[in-house]
Design a protein around this ligand. Structure first.
Ligand code: ZN
Ligand code: ZN
Length: 251
């Protein structure tokens, strides 16, 4: 039997027909919004327990990209790779042949993986000129990799994705992981019930799904409270009993 059906039986056991009619009239006033003092309980929060549920992510962000902390792959040298190419195919690997007018890779550029010189490197994304491919070892890399890495300060502890500056305020900067495939985000997404899943795309900012880190712009010692001037009398040193003090304060 449902909660409501049991409640109906309980009402009938306690009230007369006349009283029940008064109860119904009173409830109708509430339902029709004619009673300014009484409103039905808002069950939105019950149906959406994760709505506006802001909590602090327990893990601190990484300050270095994870791949720099991992064991570096064994070093490969372009000269060794060229030699083994020649041994395998019976002819040396030729440098990149540029068509007339094609963009050339600057001379100072070297492959970050095998140190091959610019003659073996070419742009992999045409006019954009940001992605380079090494003909010797097959490494794909970015021209301004160092510059790109310097732009972010923190990395997500769950997916190692760079955090972006989400909100910038005077007292705090909030960094957020924008990786849709982040395991932390997916875990939070799976906690949502069906109603919340339907609501989340419409009120994206009200569901905290992605990893966030708040960097406050002040030190703990700057947080000391302002306190009033110290009182001239010390109440612990008065010569009267506490009940006398109570009477004085009451008057
Ligand atoms: Zn290379
Ligand atoms: Zn992440």
């Amino acid at each position: 039997m449902s909660k409501i059906a049991r409640f109906v039986i309980w009402i009938c056991s306690k009230f007369t027909k006349n009283e029940i009619q008064q109860i119904i009239a009173g409830l109708l006033e509430v339902l029709e919004d004619r009673n300014p003092e009484v409103k039905p309980k808002d069950d939105f929060k019950e149906k959406h327990p994760h709505y506006r549920n802001f909590s602090v992510d327990p893990l601190a962000p990484l300050t270095e990209p994870q791949h720099l902390q991992q064991e570096p792959p064994p070093p490969r040298d372009w000269r060794d790779l060229l030699a083994s190419y020649e041994k395998k195919y019976g002819k040396p690997l030729s440098p990149v042949k540029y068509r007339a007018g094609a963009l050339r890779v600057p001379e100072r550029t070297h492959c970050p993986s095998c140190q091959a010189p610019h003659a073996y490197l070419y742009y992999n994304d045409g006019q954009k000129r940001s992605q380079l491919l090494c003909k010797v070892c097959g490494e794909l890399f970015q021209q301004e990799k160092r510059f790109r890495q310097a732009k972010t300060k923190y990395y997500c502890p769950y997916c190692q994705h760079a955090l972006f500056t989400w909100k910038q305020r005077k007292e705090v900067t909030i960094y957020k992981c924008c990786n849709d495939a982040c395991p932390h985000r997916i875990r939070n997404m799976n906690k949502l019930n069906e109603r919340e899943k339907a609501l989340a795309p419409k009120r994206r900012s009200q569901f905290k799904l992605s990893y966030q880190y708040r960097e406050y712009h002040y030190q703990p010692q700057e947080l000391t409270h302002a306190h009033p001037e110290p009182p001239t009398t010390d109440l612990t040193r008065i010569h009267n009993a506490p009940d006398i003090l109570g009477l004085i304060l009451t008057f």
